[in-house]
Every structure is written in C-alpha cells, then in structure tokens.
Design a protein around this ligand. Structure first.
Ligand code: GLA
Length: 394
C-alpha cells in the first residue's frame, strides 16, 4: 500500500481516553457524515488505547472489552464501513500498550491477522515499554511485514514519538506515517513546542511516509482527556494551519458529536485542507532565518535558536498548480510588526518581474504584492496568516 497524501480522520484519545465504547465510536462515525467532515476528506475513525481486555483469549488473540464493545470489533467496523468511512485501531510494539493493555510484540502476525479479519484499515502502533533487546526499527519492521501480508490494505501509523532517531530508519519499515513529536495536550504551550520542534524535520516528510505531529486539539476547549487549559480561537486556527502546511495527518481529537461552530469552521476550511492534501506534497521550507543553507537547518535545541528563538516562523510550500502556500505564525506574546513578517521574493525562489495575487485562506481577502515582497500588517499574538499565492505578470 502506498499513500499519496496525509491521512485525515478522527481518533478517540484526545477527548475520551479510556472512556470509549461501541456507542461512542458509532455516534462519532454518524457525526462525521452529518457534520460534512467526510465530504471534506476526513475518513478514518480510529479507536486508540484501552479497548481490550487485560488478557489475551485462550486462542492467543486480543479480546475487545465486552462491556465497551459488546458486539465485538467487526460489528463496529462494519458499521463504519457502511457509512463509507474507514476503521482504525491501536496497538503497541511491546507486551503492553501505554495504558497497560496487551500489545503486539511477539504476536505481530496473529494480531495483524485479527485486525484484518475485523476489517481494520489503519493501525496506530505505539512504543511504550518496548523491549530494549530488539532495535526499534526491527520492532516496526516486524509489524509492517505482518500487516502487508495480512490480506488487507492497512495504513501503518508508527508512533515512536521521534525517539531512537526514528526519522533515520522509519522509511525502511514501510510505515505510512511516523509520529515526529511527543504527545500533544490542549494548551498553547504544547502547540508552540511541538510546532517549533518540527521546523527542521521536514526533509524526512513526504509522499509515502508523512511526519505526524499528533492529533489535533482544535475544538477541545479544555474538555476531555488531554483537555487542560484549552486554547483560543486564533490559537486553534494557527494549530490547524501549521499542521496542514507541514503535511501532517489531520486527525481530529475533539468530540465531533458536539463541535462548536468555531471548531467546525476551522476543521472545515476547504482551502486549508487543500494545502494539506495538495497532490504534489512538496517539502515545506523556512523562508526566514535565511542565513542558513537548507541542509544546515537547526533544531530548536540549537544554541542559535536558544539565543534567537524562531518566534515567527514563515513557511512556504510549492503547490501542484504552481501556486505557493505561505504561512506566517506569530508565536510571540505581542503583535508582529511588518518588518518582522516581510518575505522577499528571493526567499521564495521567485525571480523579480512577477507579482503575487495573495488570497488569505482564513478571511478570503485577496490583494496583490508590491515591490517584490510579501508584506503583512501586524499579525496579532498567537495568530497566523495563511496565504495562497498565485504568480501573475507584473
Ligand atoms: C501514547 C501515544 C498517544 C496515545 C497514548 C495511549 O502516549 O503517544 O497518542 O495513543 O499512548 O495510551
């Protein structure tokens, strides 16, 4: 199986943690249809950790908790499929999942077979308690091979949080996405930290195997399992824009049965989704801090960034039709003045003599560039601008 664009869907973990059931999953699948999310491309309905009994059955197979899933997993999966959606589940590359339930190490082939029989289309594969005697790449290779031979197309969503140098070996394993961050929580600090940690991970990102910045917290508003403080509308909008621009999977984490109009508006922005799902899937690149060559891109832990933190990253991505997506993200606590948010054409790889017709993907406003630069007015604290730039004759 090969994937051309980052997966989109919904996952139980961020809001529901252990509090999951057949009823919740089926109602959420219904909500994917009724809210219009399916029509926008969200297709996977994924059950995360804490779905199984604490012991395998006598046949050595994983057993869904009958209190949560009284009709078994095939029943849930059939329902999800009947709506034209896809079904996802969760396991771990060790004997226990992160929450302490049985996991797939040494059971890879039987579990892959079980998942295939249940109609699973997506497997998130975690890394807690992984055995130290087996190299991490081997753990992921084992499950990848088992899935690829399960008789079913199953998207393999690796989740080793970037540890053990994941980026260096993950593509060898055949995984389709790899978690390039630690766990997200529903706070501005978490969004900021995860985002800044990704600026230099882009060379590992692309068609076939996408960097996964973790599930979205848009619309959680402080409620649920990783709820905490919650974020403002602008902060959620920045979060969604950045995840979209950096080719991350867009896996919703709020309760989609009761989304606020604001959350729905953010998650349903077709123009932003189109940036994420652009068929070229080209590599996003930083257009400020141009004193570095691309191959010298330094991570946030670098002493340079410690002294001059990348507080207002400006990131561009070439699109399939020749347009350029451009995001300016203000991570500071004050409004960003235009002298900090001006992008010369050179930094975009654009020769002079052209102009850009700029569409703001959140307001719909359009304007034309002047003087071979993109120049944005004050961007408020914790807010962003996401533009689609069309190249036109001057
Ligand atoms: C890890 C993962 C999370 C979630 C939990 C479940 O922390 O990174 O995304 O799946 O495990 O226990």
């Amino acid at each position: 199986m090969f994937i051309n664009t980052p997966p989109m869907g919904w996952n139980t973990w961020n809001t529901f943690g252990a509090d999951i059931s057949e009823k919740l999953v089926m109602e959420s699948a219904d909500a994917m249809i009724q809210s219009g999310l399916k029509d926008l491309g969200y297709e996977y309905v994924v059950i995360d950790d804490i779905w199984a009994l604490t012991e395998r059955g006598e046949d050595g197979r994983l057993v869904p908790d009958p209190e949560k899933f009284p009709h078994g997993m095939k029943y849930v999966s059939d329902y999800v499929h009947s709506l034209g959606l896809k079904f996802g589940m969760y396991s771990c590359a060790s004997s226990l999942t992160c929450a302490g339930y049985p996991a797939s190490y040494q059971h890879e082939w039987v579990d892959a077979k079980t998942f295939a029989e249940w109609g699973v289309d997506f497997l998130k594969y975690d890394f807690c308690f992984h055995p130290m005697v087996v190299r991490a790449d081997i753990l992921y290779k084992r499950m990848s091979l088992a899935l690829a031979n399960s008789g079913r197309d199953i998207l393999f969503s690796a989740c080793s949080w970037g540890s053990e140098h994941t980026k260096q070996w993950i593509k060898e394993t055949g995984a389709h996405t790899w978690r390039s961050t630690h766990d997200i929580v529903d706070t501005w600090d978490s969004i900021k930290k995860l985002a800044q940690s990704q600026i230099c991970a882009q060379e590992y990102n692309g068609k076939g195997c996408f960097n996964d910045m973790d599930m979205l917290v848009v619309g959680m508003n402080g409620k649920g399992h990783v709820g905490l403080a919650g974020c403002s509308y602008e902060e959620y909008r920045l979060h969604f824009s950045l995840w979209a621009l950096l080719n991350s999977p867009l896996m919703i984490g709020c309760d989609i049965r009761s989304m606020t109009p604001q959350a729905k508006q953010i998650l349903s922005n077709r123009d932003v989704i189109a940036i994420n799902q652009d068929p070229l899937c080209s590599q996003p690149f930083l257009v400020n801090n141009m004193q570095f060559q691309p191959n010298e891109c330094r991570g946030p832990e670098d002493p340079f960034f410690k002294e001059y933190p990348l507080e207002i990253p400006m990131i561009a991505k070439y699109l399939n039709n020749g347009d350029i997506a451009i995001g300016i993200f203000n991570f500071t606590d004050s409004s960003a003045s235009p002298w900090k948010t001006t992008i010369p054409f050179d930094n975009l790889g654009l020769a002079p003599g052209k102009r850009l017709e700029l569409t703001n993907l959140w307001t719909g406003e359009t304007k034309k560039s002047v003087n071979d630069v993109i120049r944005e007015n004050a961007i408020p604290a914790h807010d962003c601008i996401l533009l689609r730039a069309k190249i036109i004759d001057a």
